[in-house]
Write a new protein. Structure first.
Length: 532
């Protein structure tokens, strides 16, 4: 128990209900008796509500100081010895406990420096969370809340308010309708037990150790689900988390041990702590996990759920959309939701948005066959590349919905036509004539085969045009309903038409074909992963 919790008990306060029943004057007097500044009165409610503290007194004081706009005081305790920092858990804790004093107070900083576990995380995002819940307070970083607003924020929803603050922060940074498009909080983003704030802090601490010329890149894998019985096995000898573990091991041997070491980010739907531990043990690089959800709850409210269900129910046993698609069916609800996620939401997601580059690979039926010939991220920086792929395919089909989305984008955003690079667009369109004889370009079914892609995250994350194009496609149900082989637009189709709006082919192309990288997809599930 912290010293403040003990001080509360000495002052006759033994539970959170007593705190919540006090008016502001009583709270101010109580904080004075507990030797706390008056500005901390409202945090005191949260500290006591989370009475089994996962954070030390020093960490809580650091958080309170940051939220109130003060530079935190130096730690009163000596630095741990190298021996104490030997375990990964201890190292992560030490990183978390020592945020930089010079970093500005922002919404993301408020997310990052919450305590490591449990409800204590609520206090790091409280000002923004209260604003999201329509409490009558300022959303400015460090704003003090009225007692009523604080209680409302605490009681609003049964999920960590950190998630609300994250979504609010993304929307205020120029991504309108992100809350709706991402399925709100209970839809796409599941923060339950995922320690997201802690991992963001760890990623930032890792980046601060980098030399100036080291890119902030990561390997990204989306893990297939493992807890749906034989439907998840798909003829594989192993569960899907085993395949992810072997792919991470492959990177350890084929890339990281050649001196090109980067963290690994894995999003998943249902991996247990044991499965995550086995994956993390396959490499000496840091591994970060985030739980996402591709269920029906992830659909935004502007999509017609009935139309989506009618389109995909036949691909699933007994119409159960939570199950993988039946053999021979292209493609089920989970696949289409995944395509929608990779089209744009990936770049706004809590962990990936902390990086400047990500290298996406398939975690199941793909292999890194050869040792990396160079540091891909460093080469991206050196050459000025913003997008990298390894092959193209042409087995999709025209998409009237995506063509209509492009037309709407250019009509509503005149800058889109000016930005469009015709040379980058040309491989993916064909010229057609309408009934009036007017020529227009239409998607031709060719695409970057983007199960392997290296992307400059800010290019896609911060572009208003990219997000507007995604919304135009999404509101047309393009990712779920359509005439293509996949019965909808895939993320590869979308990426291929989005890139020409964002990048340039001249004077030097910002897009590169990584033919020199020994990667293959698809391969048999149980094929070997690497050779010593």
């Amino acid at each position: 128990m912290s010293q403040y919790a003990r001080a509360l008990q000495l002052n006759g306060v033994h539970d959170s209900e007593q705190l919540q029943s006090m008016d502001r004057a009583d709270l101010e007097a109580l904080t004075e008796n507990c030797n706390m500044r008056p500005g901390h009165a409202l945090r005191l409610r949260l500290w006591h509500a989370a009475h089994s503290f996962a954070a030390s007194d020093y960490e809580l004081m650091q958080i309170a100081s940051r939220l109130n706009g003060h530079r935190p005081s130096p730690s009163p305790s000596p630095s741990p010895s190298p021996a104490v920092l030997s375990s990964p858990a201890t190292r992560a804790r030490a990183v978390h406990a020592a945020p930089p004093t010079s970093e500005p107070i922002t919404d993301t900083a408020m997310l990052s420096y919450g305590a490591a576990e449990g409800q204590v995380r609520m206090l790091d995002a409280l000002p923004v969370a209260a604003a999201v819940s329509a409490a009558p307070v300022s959303a400015a970083a460090g704003a003090l809340l009225t007692p009523a607003a604080a209680i409302a924020a605490m009681r609003n929803a049964s999920i960590p308010t950190t998630a609300k603050a994250f979504i609010s922060m993304v929307e205020r940074q120029g991504t309108p309708d992100f809350a709706a498009a991402s399925g709100g909080i209970e839809g796409m983003w599941r923060y339950y037990g995922e320690n997201t704030a802690r991992d963001i802090a760890r990623i930032r601490a890792l980046h601060r150790t980098y030399p100036p010329n080291k890119p902030r890149g990561c390997i990204f894998i989306l893990g297939m689900p493992t807890h749906c019985g034989q439907a998840c096995v798909r003829g594989n000898k192993h569960e899907q988390s085993w395949n992810v573990m072997k792919m991470v091991e492959c990177f350890e041997h084929q890339m990281f041990r050649r001196g090109y070491r980067y963290p690994v980010v894995i999003y998943h739907e249902d991996y247990t702590r044991q499965q995550q531990a086995a994956i993390a043990a396959a490499t000496d690089s840091p591994v970060f996990f985030l739980r996402v959800q591709f269920g029906i709850a992830s659909l935004p409210p502007y999509l017609n759920e009935g139309r989506v269900r009618a389109e995909v129910a036949g691909n699933h046993l007994n119409g159960d959309l939570s199950q993988p698609h039946l053999p021979g069916k292209h493609h089920g609800f989970g696949y289409r939701t995944m395509c929608r996620f990779f089209a744009a939401l990936i770049f706004q997601s809590p962990l990936v948005r902390e990086f400047d580059y990500y290298w996406r690979v398939d975690g199941g039926d793909s292999r890194l066959l050869l040792k990396s010939p160079f540091d891909l991220f460093a080469r991206m920086v050196e050459k000025g590349w913003r997008y990298g792929y390894r092959s193209m395919s042409d087995d999709a089909a025209p998409s009237p919905a995506m063509d209509a989305a492009r037309a709407a984008l250019e009509a509503q955003h005149p800058e889109a036509k000016l930005a469009l690079d015709q040379a980058l667009l040309a491989p993916f369109v064909q010229q057609l004539s309408n009934a009036a004889g007017l020529s227009h370009s239409a998607y031709n079914g060719k695409y970057y085969y983007n199960n392997f892609e290296v992307a400059h995250v800010p290019t896609f994350r911060d572009s208003a045009l990219h997000w507007a194009f995604f919304l135009e496609c999404d509101r047309r149900h393009a990712f779920f309903i359509g005439p293509t082989r996949k019965n909808g637009v895939g993320d590869a189709d979308f990426r291929s038409l989005a890139v020409p709006y964002l990048l340039k082919s001249q004077p030097q192309s910002q897009v590169h074909d990584f033919q020199e990288v020994g990667y293959m997809h698809p391969v048999p599930w149980d094929a070997g992963y690497w050779a010593p």
